[in-house]
Design a protein around this ligand. Structure first.
Ligand SMILES: Nc1nc2c(ncn2[C@@H]2O[C@H](COP(=O)(O)OP(=O)(O)OP(=O)(O)O)[C@@H](O)[C@H]2O)c(=O)[nH]1
Length: 394
Protein backbone atom coordinates (compact mmCIF):
# COMPACT_ATOMS: atom_id res chain seq x y z
CA UNK A 1 0.00 0.00 0.00
CA UNK A 2 1.60 3.25 -1.12
CA UNK A 3 1.36 6.16 1.28
CA UNK A 4 2.12 9.87 0.98
CA UNK A 5 3.25 11.02 4.42
CA UNK A 6 3.09 14.32 6.26
CA UNK A 7 4.74 14.91 9.63
CA UNK A 8 3.31 17.85 11.57
CA UNK A 9 5.21 19.28 14.56
CA UNK A 10 8.11 17.67 16.38
CA UNK A 11 6.59 14.28 17.16
CA UNK A 12 5.05 14.13 13.68
CA UNK A 13 8.42 14.81 12.03
CA UNK A 14 10.25 12.36 14.28
CA UNK A 15 7.85 9.50 13.63
CA UNK A 16 7.94 10.21 9.90
CA UNK A 17 11.75 10.14 9.97
CA UNK A 18 11.60 6.84 11.88
CA UNK A 19 9.22 5.36 9.30
CA UNK A 20 11.59 6.36 6.47
CA UNK A 21 14.48 4.76 8.37
CA UNK A 22 12.49 1.57 8.91
CA UNK A 23 11.49 1.48 5.24
CA UNK A 24 15.16 1.82 4.23
CA UNK A 25 16.30 -0.83 6.70
CA UNK A 26 13.74 -3.36 5.50
CA UNK A 27 14.37 -2.64 1.79
CA UNK A 28 10.74 -1.78 1.31
CA UNK A 29 9.09 0.86 -0.84
CA UNK A 30 5.71 2.15 0.26
CA UNK A 31 6.34 5.84 1.09
CA UNK A 32 5.85 7.75 -2.15
CA UNK A 33 6.97 11.02 -0.57
CA UNK A 34 7.47 12.61 2.83
CA UNK A 35 6.81 16.21 3.87
CA UNK A 36 7.45 17.73 7.31
CA UNK A 37 5.89 20.91 8.71
CA UNK A 38 6.65 22.96 11.77
CA UNK A 39 6.36 26.43 13.30
CA UNK A 40 9.80 25.88 14.86
CA UNK A 41 12.73 25.94 12.42
CA UNK A 42 15.07 24.11 14.83
CA UNK A 43 12.75 21.06 14.84
CA UNK A 44 12.83 20.93 11.02
CA UNK A 45 16.63 21.12 11.04
CA UNK A 46 16.75 18.18 13.45
CA UNK A 47 15.21 15.78 10.93
CA UNK A 48 17.35 13.22 9.12
CA UNK A 49 15.61 11.57 6.20
CA UNK A 50 12.80 13.91 5.21
CA UNK A 51 14.28 15.69 2.16
CA UNK A 52 15.42 19.27 2.91
CA UNK A 53 13.19 20.70 0.19
CA UNK A 54 10.19 19.00 1.82
CA UNK A 55 10.60 20.73 5.19
CA UNK A 56 8.09 23.53 5.40
CA UNK A 57 8.10 26.26 8.02
CA UNK A 58 4.76 28.03 8.49
CA UNK A 59 3.43 30.78 10.75
CA UNK A 60 6.82 32.52 10.54
CA UNK A 61 5.19 35.98 10.17
CA UNK A 62 3.71 35.51 13.62
CA UNK A 63 6.17 33.38 15.60
CA UNK A 64 9.40 33.90 13.59
CA UNK A 65 10.28 30.21 13.48
CA UNK A 66 10.26 29.83 17.27
CA UNK A 67 7.23 27.52 17.61
CA UNK A 68 3.85 28.08 19.24
CA UNK A 69 4.74 26.81 22.73
CA UNK A 70 1.94 24.25 23.12
CA UNK A 71 -0.74 26.73 21.99
CA UNK A 72 -2.72 24.54 19.60
CA UNK A 73 -5.34 27.18 18.87
CA UNK A 74 -2.62 29.51 17.62
CA UNK A 75 -1.16 26.65 15.54
CA UNK A 76 -4.57 25.97 13.96
CA UNK A 77 -4.99 29.65 13.17
CA UNK A 78 -1.53 29.88 11.60
CA UNK A 79 -2.09 26.70 9.57
CA UNK A 80 -5.37 28.07 8.27
CA UNK A 81 -3.77 31.38 7.37
CA UNK A 82 -0.84 29.62 5.65
CA UNK A 83 -2.88 26.80 4.11
CA UNK A 84 -1.57 27.50 0.61
CA UNK A 85 1.94 27.10 1.91
CA UNK A 86 0.98 23.79 3.55
CA UNK A 87 -0.51 22.50 0.32
CA UNK A 88 2.70 23.40 -1.48
CA UNK A 89 4.05 20.28 0.22
CA UNK A 90 2.19 18.17 -2.33
CA UNK A 91 3.40 20.17 -5.37
CA UNK A 92 6.25 17.90 -6.38
CA UNK A 93 4.79 14.72 -4.88
CA UNK A 94 3.48 11.87 -7.06
CA UNK A 95 0.07 12.15 -5.39
CA UNK A 96 -1.72 9.91 -7.88
CA UNK A 97 0.47 6.94 -6.99
CA UNK A 98 -0.57 7.07 -3.32
CA UNK A 99 -3.31 4.73 -2.06
CA UNK A 100 -3.68 6.88 1.05
CA UNK A 101 -2.36 10.01 2.75
CA UNK A 102 -1.00 9.86 6.27
CA UNK A 103 -0.63 12.76 8.72
CA UNK A 104 1.57 12.14 11.77
CA UNK A 105 1.24 14.39 14.84
CA UNK A 106 1.71 14.52 18.58
CA UNK A 107 -1.72 15.60 19.83
CA UNK A 108 -0.62 17.01 23.19
CA UNK A 109 1.64 19.85 22.02
CA UNK A 110 0.85 22.91 19.94
CA UNK A 111 1.89 22.65 16.28
CA UNK A 112 0.95 19.05 15.46
CA UNK A 113 -2.13 19.12 17.64
CA UNK A 114 -3.56 22.31 16.14
CA UNK A 115 -2.35 22.10 12.54
CA UNK A 116 -2.80 18.40 11.68
CA UNK A 117 -6.63 18.63 11.47
CA UNK A 118 -6.32 21.80 9.37
CA UNK A 119 -3.96 20.10 6.90
CA UNK A 120 -6.30 17.07 6.75
CA UNK A 121 -9.26 19.31 5.98
CA UNK A 122 -7.46 21.02 3.11
CA UNK A 123 -6.08 17.78 1.63
CA UNK A 124 -9.57 16.32 1.83
CA UNK A 125 -10.96 19.15 -0.31
CA UNK A 126 -8.53 18.37 -3.10
CA UNK A 127 -7.68 14.67 -3.13
CA UNK A 128 -9.81 11.54 -3.50
CA UNK A 129 -7.62 9.21 -1.47
CA UNK A 130 -8.43 8.34 2.14
CA UNK A 131 -6.62 10.49 4.67
CA UNK A 132 -5.44 8.83 7.88
CA UNK A 133 -4.13 10.53 10.99
CA UNK A 134 -1.45 8.98 13.17
CA UNK A 135 -2.19 10.59 16.53
CA UNK A 136 0.23 10.35 19.44
CA UNK A 137 -1.48 10.74 22.79
CA UNK A 138 0.47 12.31 25.65
CA UNK A 139 1.26 10.31 28.78
CA UNK A 140 -0.85 11.22 31.83
CA UNK A 141 2.18 12.73 33.60
CA UNK A 142 2.67 15.28 30.81
CA UNK A 143 0.00 17.44 32.45
CA UNK A 144 -3.50 18.81 32.03
CA UNK A 145 -2.67 21.22 29.20
CA UNK A 146 -1.41 18.35 27.03
CA UNK A 147 -4.53 16.32 27.83
CA UNK A 148 -6.74 19.25 26.96
CA UNK A 149 -4.90 19.80 23.68
CA UNK A 150 -5.05 16.07 22.91
CA UNK A 151 -8.77 15.77 23.64
CA UNK A 152 -9.64 18.60 21.29
CA UNK A 153 -7.22 17.56 18.62
CA UNK A 154 -8.23 13.90 18.65
CA UNK A 155 -11.85 14.85 18.17
CA UNK A 156 -10.98 17.32 15.40
CA UNK A 157 -8.75 14.78 13.65
CA UNK A 158 -11.36 12.00 13.82
CA UNK A 159 -13.89 14.43 12.34
CA UNK A 160 -11.76 15.36 9.32
CA UNK A 161 -9.94 12.12 8.51
CA UNK A 162 -10.94 8.65 7.36
CA UNK A 163 -9.39 7.10 10.46
CA UNK A 164 -6.89 7.87 13.20
CA UNK A 165 -4.22 5.33 14.15
CA UNK A 166 -3.72 6.09 17.84
CA UNK A 167 -0.52 5.59 19.81
CA UNK A 168 -0.49 6.11 23.57
CA UNK A 169 2.87 7.38 24.84
CA UNK A 170 1.77 6.54 28.40
CA UNK A 171 1.27 2.86 27.62
CA UNK A 172 4.72 2.52 26.04
CA UNK A 173 6.87 4.63 28.36
CA UNK A 174 9.48 2.55 30.18
CA UNK A 175 10.31 3.81 33.66
CA UNK A 176 13.83 5.22 34.01
CA UNK A 177 14.32 6.00 30.30
CA UNK A 178 15.13 9.60 29.40
CA UNK A 179 12.50 11.29 27.27
CA UNK A 180 14.39 11.39 23.94
CA UNK A 181 15.43 7.76 24.26
CA UNK A 182 11.88 6.80 25.25
CA UNK A 183 10.54 8.58 22.16
CA UNK A 184 12.99 6.72 19.91
CA UNK A 185 11.91 3.38 21.38
CA UNK A 186 8.22 4.26 21.02
CA UNK A 187 8.73 5.47 17.46
CA UNK A 188 10.28 2.09 16.61
CA UNK A 189 7.24 0.29 18.05
CA UNK A 190 4.88 2.43 16.02
CA UNK A 191 6.73 2.40 12.69
CA UNK A 192 7.31 -1.34 12.77
CA UNK A 193 3.54 -1.84 12.93
CA UNK A 194 2.77 0.75 10.26
CA UNK A 195 5.62 -0.51 8.08
CA UNK A 196 4.37 -4.09 8.18
CA UNK A 197 0.82 -2.97 7.47
CA UNK A 198 1.82 -0.95 4.40
CA UNK A 199 4.47 -3.38 3.13
CA UNK A 200 2.09 -6.35 3.40
CA UNK A 201 -0.27 -4.60 0.99
CA UNK A 202 2.59 -4.16 -1.47
CA UNK A 203 3.36 -7.88 -1.83
CA UNK A 204 0.01 -8.56 -3.48
CA UNK A 205 0.54 -5.78 -5.96
CA UNK A 206 3.96 -6.98 -7.06
CA UNK A 207 2.32 -10.36 -7.68
CA UNK A 208 5.14 -12.40 -6.17
CA UNK A 209 3.36 -14.96 -3.98
CA UNK A 210 0.39 -16.74 -2.40
CA UNK A 211 -3.29 -16.00 -2.99
CA UNK A 212 -4.09 -15.11 0.58
CA UNK A 213 -1.78 -12.08 0.86
CA UNK A 214 -3.28 -8.87 2.19
CA UNK A 215 -3.85 -6.12 -0.35
CA UNK A 216 -4.29 -2.42 0.18
CA UNK A 217 -8.06 -2.55 -0.33
CA UNK A 218 -8.31 -4.80 2.73
CA UNK A 219 -6.49 -2.26 4.84
CA UNK A 220 -8.68 0.52 3.46
CA UNK A 221 -11.87 -1.51 4.03
CA UNK A 222 -10.88 -2.29 7.61
CA UNK A 223 -10.52 1.45 8.20
CA UNK A 224 -13.65 2.44 6.26
CA UNK A 225 -16.26 4.34 8.24
CA UNK A 226 -13.74 6.26 10.35
CA UNK A 227 -12.90 6.32 14.04
CA UNK A 228 -9.87 5.43 16.11
CA UNK A 229 -7.81 2.31 15.54
CA UNK A 230 -5.13 0.46 17.45
CA UNK A 231 -2.46 -1.96 16.21
CA UNK A 232 -0.98 -4.92 18.03
CA UNK A 233 2.10 -6.87 16.97
CA UNK A 234 4.05 -9.79 18.41
CA UNK A 235 6.71 -12.03 16.89
CA UNK A 236 8.46 -15.24 17.70
CA UNK A 237 11.98 -16.11 16.58
CA UNK A 238 12.26 -19.30 14.55
CA UNK A 239 14.69 -22.11 15.38
CA UNK A 240 17.97 -21.55 13.54
CA UNK A 241 17.70 -24.51 11.19
CA UNK A 242 14.32 -23.23 9.96
CA UNK A 243 15.15 -19.57 9.86
CA UNK A 244 14.33 -18.56 6.35
CA UNK A 245 15.94 -21.65 4.86
CA UNK A 246 12.82 -23.74 4.88
CA UNK A 247 14.42 -27.02 5.97
CA UNK A 248 14.37 -28.73 9.35
CA UNK A 249 16.74 -31.10 11.08
CA UNK A 250 13.95 -33.66 11.34
CA UNK A 251 13.34 -33.37 7.63
CA UNK A 252 17.04 -33.94 6.88
CA UNK A 253 17.08 -37.02 9.08
CA UNK A 254 14.12 -38.45 7.23
CA UNK A 255 11.62 -37.75 10.03
CA UNK A 256 8.12 -36.47 9.44
CA UNK A 257 8.92 -32.80 9.69
CA UNK A 258 5.80 -31.50 8.01
CA UNK A 259 3.31 -32.47 10.73
CA UNK A 260 5.65 -31.21 13.46
CA UNK A 261 6.17 -27.97 11.62
CA UNK A 262 2.46 -27.58 11.08
CA UNK A 263 1.74 -27.95 14.78
CA UNK A 264 4.61 -25.65 15.66
CA UNK A 265 3.47 -23.11 13.14
CA UNK A 266 -0.14 -23.23 14.39
CA UNK A 267 1.04 -22.83 17.99
CA UNK A 268 3.36 -19.97 17.20
CA UNK A 269 0.86 -18.06 15.11
CA UNK A 270 -2.06 -18.42 17.53
CA UNK A 271 0.14 -17.57 20.54
CA UNK A 272 1.54 -14.45 18.85
CA UNK A 273 -1.98 -13.39 17.89
CA UNK A 274 -3.06 -13.51 21.53
CA UNK A 275 0.07 -11.63 22.62
CA UNK A 276 -0.44 -8.97 19.96
CA UNK A 277 -4.01 -8.27 21.03
CA UNK A 278 -3.77 -8.79 24.78
CA UNK A 279 -0.67 -6.78 25.59
CA UNK A 280 0.88 -5.06 22.61
CA UNK A 281 -1.67 -2.59 21.28
CA UNK A 282 -0.55 0.92 20.33
CA UNK A 283 -3.62 2.18 22.22
CA UNK A 284 -4.85 -0.16 24.97
CA UNK A 285 -8.62 -0.46 24.61
CA UNK A 286 -11.61 -2.72 25.20
CA UNK A 287 -11.04 -5.17 22.38
CA UNK A 288 -14.73 -6.00 22.15
CA UNK A 289 -15.47 -2.38 21.28
CA UNK A 290 -13.71 -2.68 17.89
CA UNK A 291 -15.95 -2.67 14.83
CA UNK A 292 -13.55 -4.36 12.39
CA UNK A 293 -10.25 -6.18 12.35
CA UNK A 294 -7.39 -7.27 10.13
CA UNK A 295 -4.88 -10.01 10.96
CA UNK A 296 -1.60 -10.11 9.00
CA UNK A 297 0.72 -13.07 9.58
CA UNK A 298 4.28 -12.55 8.37
CA UNK A 299 7.22 -14.91 8.06
CA UNK A 300 8.89 -17.42 5.73
CA UNK A 301 6.20 -18.85 3.38
CA UNK A 302 6.59 -22.42 4.73
CA UNK A 303 5.60 -21.17 8.18
CA UNK A 304 2.47 -19.35 7.03
CA UNK A 305 0.06 -22.12 7.77
CA UNK A 306 -3.43 -21.44 6.36
CA UNK A 307 -5.20 -23.18 9.22
CA UNK A 308 -3.31 -21.10 11.74
CA UNK A 309 -4.07 -17.84 9.95
CA UNK A 310 -7.74 -18.82 9.86
CA UNK A 311 -7.72 -19.77 13.56
CA UNK A 312 -6.16 -16.45 14.46
CA UNK A 313 -8.70 -14.60 12.40
CA UNK A 314 -11.57 -16.48 14.08
CA UNK A 315 -10.07 -15.83 17.52
CA UNK A 316 -9.96 -12.08 16.79
CA UNK A 317 -13.56 -12.32 15.59
CA UNK A 318 -14.55 -13.91 18.91
CA UNK A 319 -12.65 -11.32 20.96
CA UNK A 320 -14.08 -8.35 19.10
CA UNK A 321 -17.54 -9.79 18.53
CA UNK A 322 -17.15 -8.40 14.99
CA UNK A 323 -18.08 -10.38 11.91
CA UNK A 324 -15.79 -8.20 9.85
CA UNK A 325 -12.29 -9.50 10.56
CA UNK A 326 -10.04 -10.02 7.57
CA UNK A 327 -6.94 -12.17 7.53
CA UNK A 328 -3.98 -12.73 5.26
CA UNK A 329 -0.30 -13.56 4.80
CA UNK A 330 2.75 -11.44 4.34
CA UNK A 331 5.44 -13.83 3.06
CA UNK A 332 9.01 -12.83 3.92
CA UNK A 333 11.43 -15.45 2.63
CA UNK A 334 14.46 -14.02 4.42
CA UNK A 335 12.85 -13.56 7.82
CA UNK A 336 13.72 -15.62 10.88
CA UNK A 337 10.53 -14.64 12.69
CA UNK A 338 6.86 -15.40 12.53
CA UNK A 339 5.01 -12.19 13.34
CA UNK A 340 1.35 -11.38 13.80
CA UNK A 341 -0.07 -7.91 13.32
CA UNK A 342 -3.64 -7.17 14.36
CA UNK A 343 -5.33 -3.95 13.32
CA UNK A 344 -8.52 -3.17 15.26
CA UNK A 345 -10.62 -0.50 13.55
CA UNK A 346 -13.10 1.94 15.07
CA UNK A 347 -12.59 1.13 18.74
CA UNK A 348 -15.10 2.95 20.90
CA UNK A 349 -13.88 2.29 24.44
CA UNK A 350 -10.41 3.08 25.73
CA UNK A 351 -9.63 3.99 29.35
CA UNK A 352 -6.85 6.27 28.19
CA UNK A 353 -9.09 8.23 25.83
CA UNK A 354 -11.73 8.49 28.58
CA UNK A 355 -9.06 9.70 31.02
CA UNK A 356 -7.77 12.32 28.58
CA UNK A 357 -11.31 13.49 28.03
CA UNK A 358 -12.10 13.84 31.73
CA UNK A 359 -8.80 15.64 32.48
CA UNK A 360 -9.60 17.93 29.58
CA UNK A 361 -13.13 18.64 30.79
CA UNK A 362 -11.83 19.33 34.30
CA UNK A 363 -9.12 21.65 32.97
CA UNK A 364 -11.73 23.46 30.89
CA UNK A 365 -14.08 23.83 33.87
CA UNK A 366 -11.26 25.30 35.95
CA UNK A 367 -10.46 27.69 33.15
CA UNK A 368 -14.08 28.81 32.89
CA UNK A 369 -14.31 29.34 36.63
CA UNK A 370 -11.16 31.40 36.51
CA UNK A 371 -12.47 33.51 33.65
CA UNK A 372 -15.84 33.92 35.38
CA UNK A 373 -14.24 35.00 38.63
CA UNK A 374 -11.89 37.40 36.81
CA UNK A 375 -14.92 38.88 35.07
CA UNK A 376 -16.81 39.21 38.36
CA UNK A 377 -13.78 40.97 39.83
CA UNK A 378 -13.96 43.52 37.10
CA UNK A 379 -16.60 46.08 37.90
CA UNK A 380 -17.41 46.91 34.32
CA UNK A 381 -19.51 43.71 34.11
CA UNK A 382 -17.77 42.39 30.98
CA UNK A 383 -19.12 38.90 30.25
CA UNK A 384 -16.75 35.98 30.51
CA UNK A 385 -15.78 34.48 27.21
CA UNK A 386 -16.16 30.73 27.41
CA UNK A 387 -15.21 27.98 25.07
CA UNK A 388 -18.04 25.62 24.20
CA UNK A 389 -16.06 23.34 21.96
CA UNK A 390 -15.32 20.82 24.66
CA UNK A 391 -19.02 20.26 25.32
CA UNK A 392 -19.23 18.21 22.18
CA UNK A 393 -16.29 15.88 22.89
CA UNK A 394 -17.27 12.40 21.75
N1 LIG B 1 6.05 8.97 20.55
C1 LIG B 1 6.64 10.16 20.45
N2 LIG B 1 6.12 11.22 21.08
C2 LIG B 1 6.75 12.40 20.96
C3 LIG B 1 7.92 12.59 20.19
N3 LIG B 1 8.30 13.90 20.29
C4 LIG B 1 7.39 14.50 21.08
N4 LIG B 1 6.45 13.61 21.49
C5 LIG B 1 5.24 13.84 22.29
O1 LIG B 1 4.47 14.82 21.59
C6 LIG B 1 3.83 15.69 22.49
C7 LIG B 1 4.33 17.09 22.26
O2 LIG B 1 4.18 17.37 20.93
P1 LIG B 1 5.36 17.91 20.00
O3 LIG B 1 5.24 17.21 18.71
O4 LIG B 1 6.65 17.90 20.71
O5 LIG B 1 4.91 19.40 19.87
P2 LIG B 1 4.71 20.23 18.55
O6 LIG B 1 3.60 19.68 17.76
O7 LIG B 1 6.02 20.38 17.85
O8 LIG B 1 4.19 21.59 19.15
P3 LIG B 1 4.96 22.77 19.89
O9 LIG B 1 6.36 22.31 20.20
O10 LIG B 1 4.13 22.98 21.11
O11 LIG B 1 4.88 23.85 18.91
C8 LIG B 1 4.16 15.18 23.87
O12 LIG B 1 3.12 14.32 24.27
C9 LIG B 1 5.47 14.42 23.66
O13 LIG B 1 5.66 13.39 24.61
C10 LIG B 1 8.45 11.44 19.51
O14 LIG B 1 9.45 11.48 18.80
N5 LIG B 1 7.75 10.28 19.68
Amino acid sequence: MKVLCFGMGQAGGNVLDALLRYEQRTNADYVVDAVAYNTASADLRGLDLVPEENRILFGADEVSGHGVGADNELAAELAERDSRQLLRGTDGAPTSTADAFLIFAGLGGGTGSGAAPVLAKHLNRIYEQPIYGVGILPAADEGALYSRNAARSLKALVDVTDHVFAFDNGAWAESGEDVAQAHDTMNEVLVRRLGILFASGEVAESGTVAESVVDSSEVINTLRGGGISTIGYAASELPESDGGGGFSIKGLLGGDSSSTDELDSINRITTQTRKAVLGQLTLPCDVDSASRGLVVVSGPPEWLNRKAVERSRTWVEEQTGSMEVRGGDYPLSESNHVGVLVLLGDVSRSDRVAEIRSTAVEAEQNRRERIASDAADREDGTEAVVDDRLDSLF
